[in-house]
Structures are given as structure tokens and as C-alpha cells.
Design a binder for this molecule. Sequence first.
Ligand SMILES: Nc1ncnc2c1ncn2[C@@H]1O[C@H](COP(=O)(O)OP(=O)(O)OP(=O)(O)O)[C@@H](O)[C@H]1O
Length: 397
Amino acid sequence: MSVRGLGKTYRIGSAGHRPTTAVEAIMARLRSPWAKSRFTEFDALDGVDLDVPWGEALGIVGRNGAGKSTLLKLLTRVTAPTRGRIELHGRMGSLLEVGTGFSGELTGRENIYLNGAILGMTRKEIRSSFDEIVDFSGVAKFLDTPVKRYSSGMYVRLAFSVAAHLRTEILAIDEVLAVGDAEFQRKSLAKMRDVAKDGRTVLYVSHLVQTVTALCTSAVYLDRGRLTYAGSVDGALDVYRRSFEQFAMEQQDPERRPGTGTLRASSLIPASDVFDPAESKRFVLGVGSNPDLVGSYFVSIHVNDASGAVVAQCDSRAVGGWYEASKEQEIQLTLRAPWLKPGRYTVDAFVCQTGVLDAWEGASAFEVLPATPYPEMTLDEATAQGVVLADYDYEGR
Ligand SMILES: Nc1ncnc2c1ncn2[C@@H]1O[C@H](COP(=O)(O)OP(=O)(O)OP(=O)(O)O)[C@@H](O)[C@H]1O
């Protein structure tokens, strides 16, 4: 597979700019002048050259909005490139966002055949993989149910199984392993490794660094639409990790942060770098002063998980938190619930009035220890699903 000078330009006004980070979403919602003037036309991807030999499992990493999904959408012809050339030399099977590829009204069985046909498989070819697909997916009982009735887990399992077993020469997978449970993740990684060993090519986008390490034989790093690293998996992940540190450092300089700048946060300090899942998490947000600022302001602190998803939006307005800009403030946030799963979290801070005065992405970070808050069970499988840990009881006999 080879790609030369590949680029995609989006224009606001036609499709509009889709915010990808929490900060962008907030800026767009509050219609700050910064967000308006910043995007009119922009390159989601530009000047990408890439050669992927057969049998390679290529990881594609980069920060939110770097253009990873756009690259896969261009390669799978979901979107047309604005410029550049793509030579695949083979058929491409793909699993992009959940919800694409399958027709909700059709049953699982019908979707398997439909997908195969779309990929240019003969009925005989599809039939020869059919049992394997069904076995792997674990949805045998629901084969004659329309897929719109499937849970998201069942849907992903079947979609993955179809994409991995139909004998396309290239397989493109975007982020889906984050959806499935731990057992399915393990199975899918092993399956993708087999696919690559078979001499087929795997393209794999993920925020889950461990899965990139476990699966990929090489990797590329995308930075704001440009491919700035191509080489070993370790090399790409190293650049990826350093980009977070670099970004966090840049954002410490208020001048480089979005927002009107009428009032800026000065610090965001967690009570500890590590917390237990169920303990209260405290943060102190320092905010400067501006005697010219009329009226009070509010703040919002967001906690994001490792994939960048916002787990909690703690807006001070919701609990009556309004502050005066005439003097410097130290504002304390105590986050009692939900219980957070073990892992690394980043924290964003916003200072707002009618618009955003300061948007500080990655103002702080903390870790939640791999401890269990539950009195009995410590098995992984008991907590594998779900975004957070629930505080619950059971009663009955
Ligand atoms: N249909 C669209 N119209 C306008 N802008 C778009 C569209 N699709 C994507 N974008 C923008 O293109 C940029 C690249 O998006 P893309 O989804 O490829 O990034 P990504 O690296 O996959 O991000 P993430 O890790 O968050 O999935 C982003 O700024 C996004 O907002």
C-alpha cells in the first residue's frame, strides 16, 4: 500500500468544524471570538506520504484531532481526498466508528453477506468464513435478529469479526477495542496478529498505547494533520508521549492558551498525585485578579480519562459557585463521586463569564491506583465493564 501527498481540507460553513477536544467543544458552544476566527478552512490532513509493506501491522497514533480517523476514512474511501494519491493493491476491510458498515434493519446473518458483497467477495468465499465469523463474535443466538436490537458490545463483536475474517488484503481498525470487554480485547488483538502473520496488512488507530505495543510491527505519528514520524512502535509512542508533556508545558504559559485573557487561572493543584478509586479528590484552582472585570465569574474543572473522554464536568454554576475578580482567588473543588477506575486522568480548567476567559487544557494530571473499593470481589471480570466504578449494594435472599 502506498500513499503520496495525501491531503484533506475541510471548510467551515459547508460541513462545519467538528470540535474534537473538550476545550474546542466548550469554545464552540460559548461562541468565543477565538473559536470563530480560528477555523474557516483547515487541513485535517496534509502532505502525507506512506508506504506499508504486506504483513505489516501499522499503528497510527497522535493526539485528539491529529487526523488519524481522517486518514483511515480516506484509505477506506469513506471520504474523498482533497489531494494526493492512494494505491492499495488489494481489498480493504474496515471497522471504523461503531454504527458504520452495518444496516440496522438487516439481521446479523444478512449483514455478514452484505458486507462481504460490498468488499467484493463471492457468496462461496463468504460462506467459507461464515461459521468462523459467527463463532468468534459469540452472537450465534442472535443471528436472525436485526442488528439495531444488538447491544453496542454485540454489535462491535460482530462487526470486528466480519472485518477480521473476510479475506481482504488490508484490514483497517479504528479505536473499537476500547468498546469491548477485556476478554474480547485480548481475543481481537490475537486475531489481528494472525491476520498480519498471514501476510495481510493491518492499519490500527488507538489511544490505548498497550494495544499498539502488543499488536503493531511499526507505527506512524500524526501531528495536526502531518505525518511527522514513521518507524518503530517504540519510536512513535515515544514521540506521542512527549507531545503530551510538550503541550502541557506550552499551556502553562497563559499567553498561549485560548480565551479572551481578561482573567487567567494561575495554578491547578491536586491534593495528591495518586488517589484511591473511592476517596474524595480535592483540587485548588488559583485565579488571578482584574479590578476592571465587571460582574462575577464562574469556573469549570473537567476530569478526562486516558482516551480524552470527559468523565466529569464540574461546573461551579451548578452548585452556586460565583467569584469576584476584584481579588485573587483560591477555589477548592472536592470531587466525591463517581469512583474512578484505576488509570491516568488529566484535568482541564476553565474560567468563564459570558465567554471563555481562560481555557487551560491539561492544567493538571493524577493517577488512580489499581485498588478495589469493594469489600469482597477483586476479580478483574467483576469490574471490566463500565466507565466508572459504581457505589452499590444488593439486598434480597
Ligand atoms: N466532516 C468534518 N467536517 C469538518 N471537520 C472535520 C470533519 N471530520 C473531521 N474534522 C476535523 O478534522 C480534524 C481531524 O479529525 P480526526 O477525526 O481525523 O482526528 P483524530 O486524530 O482521529 O482524532 P481523535 O483521536 O479525537 O479521534 C479535527 O480537527 C476534526 O474536527
